[in-house]
Ligand binder design. Structure first.
Ligand SMILES: [Mn+2]
Length: 314
């Protein structure tokens, strides 16, 4: 059996299936969970499929995304499927572990073994992509509902088909899903429209952007600026660094935010490794996205001049 036939075999051998995903779900977590549920129901009528978990938050526009209430007894003899999760501690509703048979399907880098059967493939941009690929290869039918859910997850986890993880397979899967009659217009509107208040807040941050000699873009928010924005310091820091991401001629940008614990610093780059500079100041993260918490404004300006030196090569 290839890996997709293993999935089919497990589904066919169980009449009750609980599908779990990570807490604080994103579009891929909800899309793969509810999408797989409907693929199973459409192709294997008579099975009972439940989707427990915490509320879907801003992804509650996705159809059928309200979590199910599930009795403990459901798991006795059921198959538990865990989707889009690399670490057991992140799974919403730990009762997946009480099922005798469990299956994980994930696209994150492998961190730890969670389930009896594991299908982990980080070459996919999204977990929805794996579910779509498996369903196509197994000859399963899609409905507009399941296809729209999987499409939403592919879109959100690929940054609207922009991230490095996107390849020709991503578009082939999206193309196949779009044979079903769902509205991409509705999906995009739900994903990318925003309240006027939040757009105005972003604009106020954008207006405070300054540039170093070598075009490092930065925002420095004093405690008073943060209070005036109406945001907490975490939202002002992590939530607003993205306002600078599309500035032409800028390859490094950094957001400084005064807080009770020091100056929060979020650094991003389109093509430079800024992680070393974050580490130098006691922080960390990824090559193109890192953060640190600094002592004061003076230390922030030192970090900024290190970034400026790096940006000289952009
Ligand atoms: Mn994902």
């Amino acid at each position: 059996m290839d890996r997709y036939e293993v999935i089919r075999d497990l589904i066919e051998r169980h009449d009750r299936i609980a599908i779990h995903r990570h807490t604080n779900p994103d579009g891929d977590a909800v899309g793969s969970q509810i999408g797989l549920k409907h693929i199973i129901l459409d192709n294997y009528p008579g099975k009972t499929v439940v989707c427990p978990g915490d509320p879907p938050g801003r992804y509650s526009f996705m159809p059928d995304s309200s979590p199910d209430t599930v009795d403990d007894s459901f798991y006795d003899g059921a198959l538990a499927i865990v989707l889009d999760t690399s670490s057991a501690s992140l799974i919403s509703d730990g009762r997946y572990a009480s099922a005798k048979t469990s299956l994980r399907i994930d696209h994150h880098l492998f961190l730890e073994e969670i389930c009896g059967t594991e299908i982990v493939d980080p070459t996919f941009e999204s977990c929805c992509g794996i579910i779509a690929d498996a369903s196509i290869s197994l000859g399963l039918r899609f409905s507009p509902l399941s296809a729209g859910l999987l499409f939403t997850g592919i879109v959100t986890d690929s940054g609207r088909f922009r991230y490095d993880s996107v390849n020709s397979r991503t578009f082939a899967l999206a193309s196949k899903l779009m044979e079903q009659d769902f509205s991409t217009n509705d999906i995009y509107r739900n994903l990318y429209s925003d309240s006027y208040r939040s757009m105005a807040t972003r604009a106020s941050f954008l207006l405070r952007v300054r540039f170093t000699e070598h075009r490092v873009a930065y925002i420095y928010s004093t405690a008073a600026d943060v209070a005036e924005s109406g945001l907490d310091s975490f939202s002002a820091s992590r939530g607003m660094v993205g306002t600078m991401s599309e500035i032409r001629g800028t390859c490094i940008w950094v957001n400084f935010t005064e807080s009770d614990s020091g100056v929060l610093c979020e650094i991003r780059s389109s093509d430079r490794n800024i992680n070393g500079i974050a580490v130098k100041y006691g922080g960390g993260g990824h090559a193109k996205a890192s953060g640190a918490t600094l002592k004061d404004r003076e230390e922030a300006m030192k970090l900024l001049s290190d970034l400026d030196a790096l940006a000289a090569s952009c």
